[in-house]
Write a protein that binds this ligand. Structure first.
Ligand code: TXA
Ligand code: MG
Length: 311
């Protein structure tokens, strides 16, 4: 396709993972399935490789990346873990939780990974392909969601190719991502307080009773994000002829998030429905109202951003 790379599609087996590891070792870019969304991986210890991520995505350089590791022990080489941070890692890793912690001076990471911040975002994913890849290489992997900056996140290899074909070396096709929404991001502060920077699949009990979660936004949590490229109407009870309808529960759509009103199922299908709506010939989209509880909060967070037009 267009672009300077002939993007390879690799199978999610031993030889595909070995090929991906070789590309990464050489400083290339590989999109990899995780339990949340597909990530665009590069070796996190190479300034050049990390620079390619920003270039392929068209990502602003002020927006830092999440570093993925295979074990807590490897994570502790990169950031300083307080007792609270260790407890969270032990409770939720491997899984869809990212911890923002003080970065270690001797972490040996490319400076661009953290975009100049003194902190580092770390995650140990729970996906057999990503885990095997992290075991196969001896460096951590920086990996943002594998989509052009600002557009809909990918939950399949097809979604990745729709936005990055010709701009990356390879994608490993590992089927649909199960959780379907990006990880919950928590910042563990020096005083032991925990702030939620992004809602996601992991719901963490409020430990911070005075203020609750402060809701401070991660640099990348821009008002407009996940943009389908056409207007999206929220809380729609019905839809016009020119609208691609995304249904939920009793409200059926051209794509339905969950007929039985299951929020987890809805989360896993959200981006697939947004991708279908974006590709449809309808000029507009509408989505049924989603209950604002549990992972529904994270779904509504993504929908609000998808409905906000880019600047
Ligand atoms: O589930 C996920 O987290 C996926 C998979 C691939 O792991 N990754 C992902 O990455 O969603 P990305 O780049 O799309 O989102 C990372 C978010 C951005 O909003 C970024 O601003 C924030 O993490 N972030 C990264 N480092 C940070 C830091 N040191 N402090 C605060 N926020 C940070
Ligand atoms: Mg993203």
């Amino acid at each position: 396709m267009s672009g300077k790379y002939a993007t390879e599609t690799l199978q999610a087996n031993e030889s595909g993972i070995a090929r991906a590891a070789a590309i990464l070792r050489a400083g290339g870019l590989v999109a990899v399935p995780t339990e949340t969304v597909y990530g665009l991986a590069a070796r996190a210890d190479s300034e050049e490789a990390v620079g390619r991520i920003y270039e392929a995505k068209g990502r602003p350089s002020f927006n830092p990346l999440i570093v993925h590791v295979p074990t807590i022990e490897r994570a502790e080489r990169l950031a300083v873990f307080s007792a609270k941070a260790r407890e969270l890692a032990q409770d939720y890793w491997p899984g869809p939780l990212t911890l923002v912690l003080p970065r270690r001076e001797d972490a040996g990471l490319a400076a661009r990974v953290a975009a100049g911040l003194p902190t580092l975002a770390l995650r140990m994913p729970d996906h057999p392909v990503m885990s095997a890849l992290l075991e196969a290489v001896d460096f951590p992997l920086a990996a943002p969601s594998a989509n052009r900056s600002g557009f809909i996140s990918p939950t399949s290899a097809k979604h990745v190719l729709a936005s990055l074909d010709g701009r990356i070396d390879a994608v490993i096709d590992g089927g649909a991502s199960q959780a379907g929404l990006e990880s919950t991001i928590l910042a563990v502060r020096d005083d032991g307080n925990v702030d939620q920077l992004r809602p996601g699949p992991v719901k963490v009990a409020r430990r911070n009773s005075a203020s609750g979660f402060a809701g401070i936004e991660a640099p990348g949590q821009l008002a407009s994000h996940y943009a389908p490229g056409k207007p999206l109407r929220l809380n729609a009870g019905d839809h016009g002829d020119d609208e691609f309808m995304i249904g939920f529960g009793d409200i059926a759509g051209d794509c339905t998030l969950s007929e039985v009103g299951d929020l987890k199922e809805a989360a896993s299908r959200l981006y697939a429905c947004l991708h279908l709506g974006a590709a449809s010939d309808k000029p507009r989209m509408a989505v049924a109202s989603i209950p604002d509880r549990d992972i529904g909060k994270a779904i509504n967070d993504r929908l609000r951003r998808a409905a906000t037009p880019p600047d």
